[in-house]
Design a protein around this ligand. Structure first.
Ligand SMILES: C[S@@+](CC[C@H](N)C(=O)[O-])C[C@H]1O[C@@H](n2cnc3c(N)ncnc32)[C@H](O)[C@@H]1O
Length: 215
């Protein structure tokens, strides 16, 4: 299912602040190095949304789950002040090797700390204090409900949680087989909409982006 008409999608891409040379190069290198996986990268309009939201939230303490080759990390880190800290979680050394290289070239390596390990372990090892300003979830869909719970408890009041792929290609309209990413995304969507701890909205940006602000 096209969430947004493809012609409108193209128009959206050409009507946001354009990607600079570094982001264009990162996207091209990712396509070249990992053609099968390159579609996982956030699109540029979504990247700009991340930069804007990070900046608008004044976010300094940020966690990202799902780095891949680092496009979304760069977009988030560019929205943070110079003393901001982004904890970036992923399980792949190969994909994040590219990310590290581009973070350095972007002059952001001091703001981004990479943790290569299952993100749930990383999140559960964080202090329980609600100090996070912003969190972005874009990793294995089957764990979304667990990531949500670990993140929402650690967000400060007024902190913002952003989840990608919440429309799951439109499949969320129907129930999915238990234990699948499809079912997990539907589950987290229901949890969020009924969760008194947050106020939320789901945007039809690309594959669907939820913004949930902790009360
Ligand atoms: C959709 S991609 C992230 C795309 C990235 N946000 C970007 O803009 O390029 C999902 C990433 O989640 C990672 N991932 C999958 N399972 C994970 C896990 N259990 N813990 C941490 N990362 C995981 C994958 O290695 C992959 O890099």
């Amino acid at each position: 299912m096209d969430i947004v008409n493809p012609a409108v999608s193209d128009y959206l891409l050409t009507h946001c602040t354009p990607a600079d040379d570094l982001l264009r190069e990162l996207a091209a290198e990712t396509r070249e190095a990992f053609p099968e996986a390159a579609g996982m990268q956030v699109s540029h309009d979504e990247g700009e949304l991340l930069t804007l939201l990070t900046r608008l939230a004044g976010a300094r303490r940020v966690v990202e789950v799902g780095v891949f080759t680092g496009y979304s990390s760069i977009c988030i880190a560019r929205g943070m002040p110079a003393d901001g800290h982004l904890l970036a979680c992923d399980v792949s050394d190969a994909w994040t090797a590219i990310a590290r290289r581009y973070w350095k070239r972007a002059g952001l390596e001091d703001r981004i700390e990479l943790r290569v390990a299952p993100a749930l372990d990383t999140l559960r090892a964080l202090p329980a204090d609600p100090v996070l300003d912003l969190a972005f979830i874009d990793a294995d869909k089957v764990s979304y409900p667990l990531y949500y719970e670990e993140m929402v408890t650690r967000l400060r009041p007024g902190g913002l949680l952003i989840l990608d792929n919440v429309l799951y290609g439109g499949e969320v309209l129907c129930p999915g087989p238990p234990g699948t990413g499809h079912a997990a995304v539907r589950q987290v969507n229901e949890t969020i909409v009924g969760d008194p701890r947050v106020e939320s909205v789901m945007l039809p940006v690309r594959d669907g982006v939820t913004l949930a602000r902790k009360r």
